[in-house]
Design a protein around this ligand. Structure first.
Ligand code: PFF
Length: 459
């Protein structure tokens, strides 16, 4: 293996690494994605499958990505080249670079809505009787507004990534994550005490297992990967900035636990409010969470200060959570251009962000601004949801499948386990992890994809 270049950044401390990875994991996927997908997939039964997917498939893949990253000290493309020189495995890294840019393109559109909502909240629009649907349309349904905020968010992302690992990513993540957690807890209290919260809690927490089918399981596994930032090498890249003293196993455990708690809390905020507001689960599309959150914030007394203060705070923190994720989406491709192609960090990140901005424009127009993009002919889905499905779910599932096969069978669990043990000689879950990464993860994904393909072909 070639030696790592000394100019690469490293995290400042053990906690900094956990915070940065948790920062990547916790984002729109938890607060926007999880409730949206739970709602579209029938509620509590989906949540059960999701939790199983996180524990049995997500957690082992996270450890595998950390191990590959720290061992090679490389971006995903360079990492596979270092561990399996001259083979086709670099393609997995390439898929990750592509998925990162494509996901960033629509991620920035949704994050742009959070920027717009900070202003909406500050200008006192979140009051009782607010027309929450009209507020959403005035942002997402207007081409210049949606594209403008998409641009602004992309620019923010680039600024942080140019700063590099330590100055940029570490500083942002440390400061505001605990704030997000705290405000979510407050919103949970408000939501579950709303009149009519009961049926919402029931939808979210009482499983009806007859709702589970192949599509629901795929959505759960895809959402687990998206939420944990897995399957495209983001955690390989972040792991590559880890030092030899970091404990990979505990880090993975913490990131999975924090990410999952935030998603579960977001569900406790959204579903009681959704039913309180008399909305139908499953019908809202990408705007549902924004509409529901506004109606919750509008109930906070006294008028208009409650909605204003909590609204500004909440959307500000959500925007920061999105930012600590979007920088990891941009970082994968940036690290590849910097490490492997000798491009400067500044040029690489600006060029890639410009590309993602342009690719994101149709997504910015897909929630009302342009009718055919808002409901693609023959697909019946808006363009943003379509990209999310292809790159945020399918590509990550395939990427994670390849990463688990590579770690379990090609590079080998023994090499990986040695790397896990290299800081303190311990790897508590070695047997369980080896089994999951070699057998359960790849087999479950292959069976599922095969089943869905067979269904598509009319079987
Ligand atoms: N995990 C992020 C979220 O939940 O919002 C999204 C994400 C970031 C997905 C980085 C994939 C990734 F590599």
């Amino acid at each position: 293996m070639e030696s790592a270049s000394p100019a690469r950044g490293q995290w400042g401390s053990k906690l900094a690494f956990i915070l940065a990875s948790a920062g990547s994991a916790i984002g729109l996927g938890n607060i926007w994605g999880f409730p949206t997908i739970t709602s579209a997939n029938g509620g509590a039964a989906f949540v059960v499958v999701y939790l199983l997917a996180v524990a049995l498939i997500g957690a082992p893949v996270m450890l595998a990505e950390f191990v590959i990253g720290r061992r090679t000290q490389r971006n995903p493309v360079g990492a596979f080249r270092a561990l399996a020189p001259g083979t086709a495995w670099v393609v997995v890294g390439g898929l990750g670079v592509l998925a990162g840019v494509m996901i960033l393109s629509f991620y920035s559109v949704i994050a742009g809505w959070t920027l717009a909502y900070i202003i909406k909240a500050a200008s006192g629009e979140f009051v009782a009787g607010a027309d929450t649907g009209a507020i959403f349309s005035s942002v997402a349904g207007s081409a210049p507004v949606a594209i403008g905020w998409h641009f602004a968010f992309m620019a923010l992302t680039v600024l942080v990534v140019i700063g590099g690992v330590k100055n940029g990513i570490e500083r942002w993540t440390k400061v505001l994550m605990p704030g997000l957690f705290a405000i979510l807890l407050l919103l949970v209290v408000r939501a579950v005490t709303l009149s009519g919260a009961g049926p919402g809690l029931e939808f979210y927490l009482r499983p009806d297992f007859s709702r589970i089918d192949g599509g629901v399981i795929l959505a759960a596994i895809g959402q687990a990967f998206f939420s944990l930032s897995l399957g495209m090498g983001a955690m390989i890249t972040y792991g590559s900035y880890m030092t030899k003293d970091d404990d990979l196993e505990t880090s993975a455990g913490w990131v999975v636990a924090l990410d999952t708690s935030v998603a579960l809390l977001a569900g406790l905020v959204i579903f009681p409010t959704l039913f309180h507001a008399g909305l139908e689960p499953g019908a809202g599309g990408p705007g549902m969470v924004f509409v529901v959150l506004t109606s919750l914030l509008s109930t906070i007394p006294p008028e208009p200060w409650g909605g204003t203060i909590f609204g500004v705070l909440f959307f500000l923190l959500l925007m920061v959570a999105a930012l600590t994720s979007s920088i990891s989406l941009l970082e994968v491709a940036t690290a590849w251009l910097v490490d492997d192609k000798g491009v400067s960090r500044k040029k690489a990140s600006i060029g890639l962000a410009a590309l993602a901005f342009v690719i994101g424009i149709p997504s910015a127009l897909a929630n009302g601004a342009v009718p055919w993009l808002s409901s693609l002919p023959g697909i019946g889905m808006d363009f943003l949801s379509f990209l999310f499905m292809i790159f945020g779910q399918y590509a990550l599932v395939v990427g994670a499948l390849l990463i688990s096969v590579f770690t379990g069978w090609v590079w080998g669990v023994k090499n990986a386990a040695d790397e896990v043990r290299s800081n303190d000689g311990k790897f508590s879950f070695e047997k369980a992890w080896s089994f999951l990464i070699r057998f359960l993860c790849p087999v479950a994904i292959v069976i599922l994809l095969g089943y869905l393909l067979w269904q598509q072909l009319g079987g």
